[in-house]
Design a protein around this ligand. Structure first.
Ligand code: GCU
Length: 686
């Protein structure tokens, strides 16, 4: 069939796109299915243009916010992913009233940007499909300028069209990206269309298997139109390289069309002003000496830093500090430090849905400061830029993580590419944030295979190669449950046999189990050490470990030992002061999670499960237990606020919320909040 006939048929079918859609579907309906090219005017996925290099510090540049109400179109059937005409049709208005229109964009169907779609419309609460966004953007296009559309984040796959032309695709829900739209933007009215597909599977990062947090869809973070000079500063990193000498180092990467010239780096308050020439690769390296006030949680000192090129200046606020490990110590600015923190998902007690603004960040960070914390684990993905800038400002050290959670398709090439892109984009966006002291490459991943190890080693290498300031690499490792639990089991058995009110017959049964599993040299007074041997410990600088003594483990032991769970829980609390945590790598440990669930306002004198009293009891036992482990140099209990989860469906308690928050999703503090607050204030002498 000749091109003309094809065009005619496509035009005909575009009008009858209902048929086209099903034809597309009948033809296996996958937009990447090249055989289907007659119906699909979109190229195969892997030839979608990639985003441009991620611009550093968009908030310090000339920009126009595109936040606000955007017209939307829910495309559940994914027609707009198969039928190119769909987009033109969406755009084409009713002119004479005689045109057959089946779909359109207008203000009768809109969503707020930034904002996940799930919390904005009840019918979209559990929607994990495809959505179109549309906005008309007037531009006074100037010669000699380059235009970028920057997204703080959109979940999961995002395609950008400007004036009906495909600009590119980004995959990943929690990292920033930008497209150079200079060749697509025109002077006057511009049509911006964004396609977002929130679909996750086993090869995406995160996977849908990782279901203990809500997979919010949509354009979840700020969108900005940046107007930059033809030749401009693309990325930069300014950091303290040597505390003793006060040596500051860094680099500035210019846009891809610059091979010479000079940049100036200025820190007025520190008396630093350096003019350095740009090399052939468009990069300028610099170093300077200065007598600086160092950034720390107690003194979150930030300096104005100016990066100038070709008469244009970018301003940033940057803190200077050093972070390293010495043996099993974490050392901030040359002094050993303990990290008293909390874990946090990107949700706010101010309203339902994802947090996305400076105001959200201020509320979250101030709650942690009130707790007496000096540290926050941003789980399990990079949070928006306002959050890390707020941590800089208020003084909180940050564990920044990418969503490599539990079982991942370790051999899948595409999964590896997406993971590498996520660690690169995460590091690149936040290189200049003093608050970020460690990059976490994964959470509770398994199995302990060579594929997993190579995959994660690759991510650690990428982070180290991009970050010349040598931030620490962390990960929440998994222990060897069968081994650790055997020792715990023996101590539980011994205590049940010798210190419980169980009937003699029961004790005899347990004694038999004990004699089978306990070592000959069992000593009831011995401490029980959970010794992490996970090979990933060789790769990281910080061994993170998630443990749930007082919560999950008792539910595991009760059926194992055939003993009432309540009695196991009481016995476990007696055992916890004997527990120790360490690792065979001689590295500092952070207990990256511990906790218990409680429904805010549910009180019980007996302290039953889900009551605030039970959660508070777990916190008292946990902080007492962890203070006894030399190797434990930090903690980030799970979690600041109750958060949405696909896993949590216990009626009357969960209602799709994980209830391990110290604060409810509407801001009510639970008793455990004060338990942790008193402990942190005491430890830090606040
Ligand atoms: C895990 C996991 C979290 C999860 C938590 C829980 O350890 O890392 O994502 O929410 O436990 O079970 O509450």
């Amino acid at each position: 069939m000749g091109e003309i006939q094809k065009q005619l048929l496509r035009a005909a079918l575009c009008c009858l796109w209902v048929v086209a859609a099903s034809v597309g579907a009948a033809e296996g309906g996958d937009e990447n299915d090249s055989d289907n090219e007659f119906f699909s005017v979109f190229p195969d996925a892997d030839v979608y243009p990639q985003p441009a290099p991620l611009l550093t510090n968009i908030y310090g540049r000339e920009r126009r916010s595109l936040n606000g109400m955007w017209d939307i179109k829910v495309d559940e059937a994914g027609i707009g992913w198969r039928i190119g005409g769909y987009i033109n049709d969406l755009n084409r208005g009713q002119l004479t009233g005689m045109e057959l229109k089946e779909t359109s964009f207008d203000d009768r169907s809109q969503l707020k940007v930034p904002g996940d779609w799930n919390s904005q419309r009840v019918d979209l609460d559990r929607y994990r499909g495809k959505m179109f966004y549309h906005k008309i953007v007037p531009v006074d296009k100037e010669e000699g300028k380059r235009y970028f559309v920057h997204f703080g984040g959109a979940n999961y796959v995002t395609d950008l069209f400007v004036n009906d032309e495909l600009v590119g695709r980004h995959e990943g829900g929690y990292t920033a990206f930008n497209f150079d739209v200079t060749d697509h933007i025109k002077d006057g009215q511009n049509t911006i269309i964004v396609r977002v597909d929130a679909f996750l599977d086993d090869s995406t990062i995160p996977t849908m298997r990782t279901s203990d947090f809500w997979k919010y869809g949509g354009i979840t973070r700020d969108v900005n139109l940046l107007t930059l000079p033809e030749k401009h500063v693309s990325q930069y990193h300014v950091y303290l390289d040597d505390r003793e000498s006060g040596e500051i180092k860094g680099w500035v990467q210019l846009s891809d069309n610059v091979q010479r010239g000079a940049v100036t780096v200025e820190i007025p308050e520190a008396g630093v002003k350096q003019k350095v020439s740009v090399g052939k690769n468009g990069r300028a390296e610099f170093s300077a000496q200065a007598d600086l006030q160092l950034w720390s949680p107690e003194n979150p000192k930030l300096y104005d830093v100016k990066i100038s090129y070709d008469g244009r200046e970018i301003k940033d606020r940057i803190g200077f500090r050093t972070i390293e490990t010495e043996g099993q110590n974490i050392v901030l600015n040359g002094k050993p430090v303990k990290l008293y923190g909390i874990s946090m998902h990107e949700e706010t007690p101010l309203r339902a849905g994802m947090a996305n603004s400076p105001e959200d960040a201020e509320v979250q960070m101030k709650l942690i400061k009130e707790l007496g914390g000096n540290f926050v684990r941003l789980a399990h993905y990079p949070h928006n830029e306002h959050t890390v800038r707020m941590a800089d400002k208020l003084g909180l050290m940050v564990w920044s993580e990418i969503p490599i959670v539990s079982l991942i398709d370790w051999d899948n090439e595409h999964t590896q590419q997406v993971s590498q892109a996520q660690i690169s984009d995460n590091v690149t966006r936040d290189l200049n944030r003093a608050s970020i002291v460690m990059w976490s490459i994964a959470n509770e991943t398994f199995p302990q295979s060579q594929e997993r190890l190579e995959f994660l080693k690759g991510l650690a290498e990428t982070a180290r190669s991009l970050d010349a300031s040598d931030r620490l690499i962390a990960s929440a490792l998994i222990g060897d449950f069968s081994k650790e639990f055997e020792e715990v089991g023996n101590h539980l058995l011994y205590s049940l046999i010798h210190d419980s009110e169980l009937p003699e017959a029961e004790k005899d049964r347990l004694r038999e189990m004990f004699e089978k599993t306990a070592p000959d040299d069992f000593d009831k007074d011995d401490v029980v050490t959970v010794m992490i041997k996970d090979q990933l410990g060789e790769v990281v600088d910080i061994v993170g470990y998630n443990e749930y003594f007082g919560w999950y483990y008792s539910a595991f032991f009760a059926p194992e030992l055939g003993v009432d769970e309540g009695l196991i829980r009481d016995t476990m609390f007696k055992l916890m002061p004997k527990m120790r945590f360490n690792n065979v790598f001689g590295k500092p440990m952070i207990i990256s999670e511990f906790g218990a669930g409680a429904k805010a306002g549910f009180h019980s004198e007996e302290g039953v499960i889900w009551s605030e009293e039970y959660q508070a009891r777990v916190y008292r036992a946990q902080v007492d237990m962890l203070e006894r482990s030399e190797a434990v140099k930090g903690m980030s209990p799970w979690i600041l606020t109750d958060f949405r989860s696909h896993l949590r469906e216990l009626n009357g308690i969960h209602e799709t919320y994980n209830r391990k928050g110290l604060i409810s999703e509407t801001g009510e503090k639970k008793m455990a909040f004060d338990v942790l607050k008193n402990f942190y204030h005491e430890q830090r002498d606040l």
